[in-house]
Write a protein that binds this ligand. Structure first.
Ligand code: ASP
Ligand code: MG
Length: 403
């Protein structure tokens, strides 16, 4: 097999850990696989470099930041290659440029535009282990760029797609994707497999193991992703196409997003175009709106409730205030003490009663549901934040996710 193995910052956090990574790569190689390794900077290293730059400037040039930050990954890539050579392997370290990763011009948050894998493929052909510095590429002009914080996952997935790897393993300090946050529900179980879409729903709702952009890219490029820990031989979780998952469970996981706030607009003038105006203004202010509910109009006005990420609340308020000032909205109120619990599973596409069970669980626990939204593979409920953990545990139980 051709395998991409990506090691995050904690996995290469010190010299001993880099040696452990070398041992693992060596073992994979000896099992007869071709290996391309992608590494992050040693943990804390990127933050340290950012702090160095901020010592000199509050607003350092983004092109220089890329020169600076990309160095962290070069350090680990070259050290790992040296360790592998010392173990008798033919290993070679590559920068993003050498690996053929071409990005656009947006320094510090560049998008990968193209990968030219010729050099990598030649080295693989020659029997070499390649160690690529993650998180970086190069623009058309030849300047170093970086892919945004956490971007080395993206490097790994993009490379796996470009060289048509059989597998892309992402090694971190957690052992895989769980049915819910084990800190809330100790009975949470590690999933063997999960579909890209389920992973995206779980990740966007707070189950942060993988960067969302890299899951989206894996889906687009059809890359089989595995997340697993570098600290043991425990099997991880495979993230793959839905078709590869036989007998998908009804529900795969329960996600919790505490980072939500609710905005209620009362007495909104009931006329064509008003929703368009409000939500376009919110979009212009880069407010990310999630759930929206509009009530039946009464006396020429209606009520609209919606949720935003807590961090966007301030900007959202500013937009709403302009409508209140113009008399288009009579009153508004805000509630930050809410959270969103979601039941996620591709199996619910073909089953009835999944939503009813979620609502029953809330009823049995005496939890009032403020808002509901559903998609083909998800049921989300907004509830009072103080019931967050109770709701998660109740739902985990109701769908028997510990079985
Ligand atoms: N070193 C970079 C960061 O800390 C990229 C990565 O670790 O994925 O954001
Ligand atoms: Mg990282």
């Amino acid at each position: 097999m051709l395998i991409v193995q990506k090691f995050g910052g904690t996995s290469v956090g010190d010299l001993q850990r880099i040696q452990n990574v070398a041992n693992r790569v060596s073992k994979t190689r000896k099992e007869g696989h071709d290996v391309v390794v992608v590494v992050s900077a040693m943990s804390g290293e990127t933050n340290k470099l950012v702090a160095y730059a901020e010592h000199f400037s509050k607003n350092p040039s983004r092109a220089e930041m890329d020169m600076l930050l990309s160095s962290g990954e070069r350090v680990t890539a070259s050290l790992l290659a040296i360790a592998l050579q010392e173990m008798g392997h033919d290993a070679v370290a590559m920068t993003g440029r050498k690996a053929g990763i071409v990005t656009d011009d947006s320094h510090t948050k560049a998008r990968i535009e193209d990968i030219n894998p010729a050099t990598m493929l030649e080295s693989i052909e020659a029997g070499k282990i390649i160690v690529v510095a993650g998180f970086q590429g190069v623009n058309i002009a030849g300047d170093v760029t970086t892919l945004g914080r956490g971007g080395s996952d993206l490097s790994a997935v993009a490379i796996a797609g470009a060289i048509k790897a059989d597998l892309c393993e992402i090694y971190t300090d957690v052992s895989g994707i769980f049915t819910t946050d084990p800190r809330i529900e100790p009975k949470a179980k590690k999933l063997e497999k999960i579909s890209y879409d389920e992973m995206l729903e779980l990740a966007s709702m707070g189950a942060k193991v993988l960067q969302n952009r890299s899951v989206e890219m894996a889906k687009k490029l059809n890359v089989n992703l595995v997340t697993r820990t570098s600290f043991s031989d425990e099997e991880g979780t495979l993230i793959t196409k839905e078709e590869n998952i036989m007998e998908a469970p009804l529900v795969s996981g329960i996600a919790l997003d505490r980072n939500q706030a609710r905005i209620s607009l009362m007495g909104v003038k009931d006329r064509p175009g008003i929703a368009s105006e409000i939500f376009n203004k919110l979009a212009d202010a880069e407010v990310n709106v999630d759930m929206i509910i509009q009530n039946k109009a009464h006396d020429g006005t209606t009520n609209i409730d919606f949720t935003v990420a807590t961090g966007d609340l301030f900007d959202a308020k500013a937009v709403v205030d302009t409508f209140v000032d113009e008399g288009e909205i009579k009153a508004d109120s805000y509630n930050e003490d809410i959270c969103k619990v979601s039941v996620v599973g591709v199996g619910m596409k073909s089953h009835t009663g999944v939503a009813a069970k979620a609502f029953t669980t809330m009823a049995e626990n005496n939890i009032n549901i403020n808002m509901i939204s559903t998609s083909e593979i998800k049921i989300s409920m907004v509830i009072n934040e103080k019931y967050a953990e109770l709701a998660v545990r109740g739902l985990h139980d109701a769908y028997e996710l510990d079985k």
